[in-house]
Design a protein around this ligand. Structure first.
Ligand code: GLA
Length: 382
């Protein structure tokens, strides 16, 4: 719609009206979700669009707690893993179910990096490495929240200078919109008062059959990437950008997630499955297709579009059935996949990777859109 603006006056008016109604049809309500140990109230917002798609998002961690989308027969299903109560989110932080991740998504090697000649030390919460912002990342923070007039949800958080070892007061704004085009759109913005590093994402775990309906190995995946960043045993990128051709990392055509996951491949063994960053085919930071997933039995599909240069495709290898989620359902190993749009892991220690440095006066901006749809039944070949 935005592209139409400016072409001619008539089109511009249509485009502007379209843009307004797109969000205005989304109804947003707020309710209390629970209380933090210190008594702070946590809210949960329910965003419902004109097609009855519904997202529930908490201001604890900016967590997407549920996401109801239709299957090919119009039957709604909750396609993200999570918990029914705040207490369970507080007790189970290491899965990062549905949460906003920051200040730095994914790993920083040995929990340290240098910037402007100063070495910064971060919590090592994943072996030797720092993962997803440290011990108390943005996923464990209480965000200020408000429903926007256009039906969106705005979350803001001030990450103080030195928090989890990172320099600079970082002022972060994340907005969620559930659009009339059946998209969950996430816009991230941040500014700083000192040079720092930033890499924000959302850690939703999807199962398009429905959360807690077994594994995701039969989902078909496309990743718009010719290369990925291979890792060492700590899941830190080696620095190489490796071509996917001829490897189990080639998802340039829709391929079942489980088709090659058990192959005797060094990278798959290091990840315990897929837990890698793909280098998206793009130049610049336009919103482009990163991934598409189709689930054959329900017909549900998801398309991911992002302004980011990379995407972490993670197949829930660390889920082991020990955690019970919503409705008491068991989340088995590989019971979900994550598609975390991002800059590459450990970029602060790899000068050749796209930079994650943010300086005073600059504005960090990033957008990711998860578009839901359905596909016809696959052709049954005899
Ligand atoms: C990311 C990481 C995984 C794992 C999950 C959370 O996807 O790459 O290794 O830590 O987060 O469990």
């Amino acid at each position: 719609m935005r592209h139409a603006i400016g072409r001619k006056t008539g089109a511009a008016i249509v485009a502007i009206v379209g843009a307004v109604t797109m969000h205005a049809a989304t109804k947003t309500t707020q309710a209390k979700f629970g209380e933090m140990p210190d008594g702070a109230a946590i809210h949960i917002y329910t965003l419902t669009n004109a097609h009855k798609l519904q997202a529930r998002i908490a201001d604890y961690g900016g967590t997407v707690a549920s996401l109801e989308v239709p299957d090919r027969d119009g039957k709604m299903g909750d396609v993200v893993l999570g918990f029914d109560t705040l207490a369970e989110y507080l007790a189970n932080p290491t899965q990062y179910f549905g949460a906003l991740i920051g200040r730095y998504g994914n790993r920083i090697a040995n929990g340290r990096f240098s910037l402007d000649g100063v070495e910064y030390k971060l919590p090592r919460n994943n072996g030797e490495n720092s993962l997803h912002g440290g011990d108390n990342g943005f996923n464990r923070r209480v965000w200020k929240s408000r429903a926007l007039p256009d039906g969106g949800l705005e979350l803001t958080y001030l990450s103080k200078d030195g928090e989890e070892g990172y320099p600079g007061n970082l002022s972060v704004t994340v907005t969620y919109h559930l659009t009339g085009a059946d998209e969950l759109r996430i816009d991230y913005a941040a500014t700083t008062d000192k040079d720092t590093v930033v890499n924000l994402t959302n850690h939703s775990y999807f199962n398009l059959k429905g959360a807690g309906s077994g594994d995701i190995l039969g989902h078909n995946l496309l990743l718009n990437a010719e290369r990925f960043t291979p890792v060492d045993k700590g899941l830190i990128p080696t620095g190489e950008l490796l071509g996917v051709a001829g490897t189990p990392f080639d998802f340039r055509r829709l391929t079942a997630i489980g088709a090659r996951i058990e192959q005797n491949d060094e990278q798959l063994k290091l990840g315990g499955g897929y837990d890698h960053n793909w280098v998206l085919n793009k130049s610049g930071n336009a919103l482009t297709l990163a991934a598409r997933v189709e689930e054959p039995t329900s017909g549900r599909t998801i398309e991911v579009h992002t302004s980011e240069p990379g995407i972490q495709f993670y197949t829930g290898n660390f889920l082991d059935g020990s955690v019970k989620g919503k409705g008491g359902k068991v989340y088995v190993r590989r019971g979900a996949f994550c598609l975390e749009t991002q800059h590459f892991p450990d970029s602060p220690n790899h000068a050749a990777f796209p930079s994650t440095v943010l300086k005073p006066g600059q504005r960090y901006q990033s957008t990711t859109v998860y578009r839901f749809g359905t596909a016809a039944p696959p052709n049954i070949k005899k």
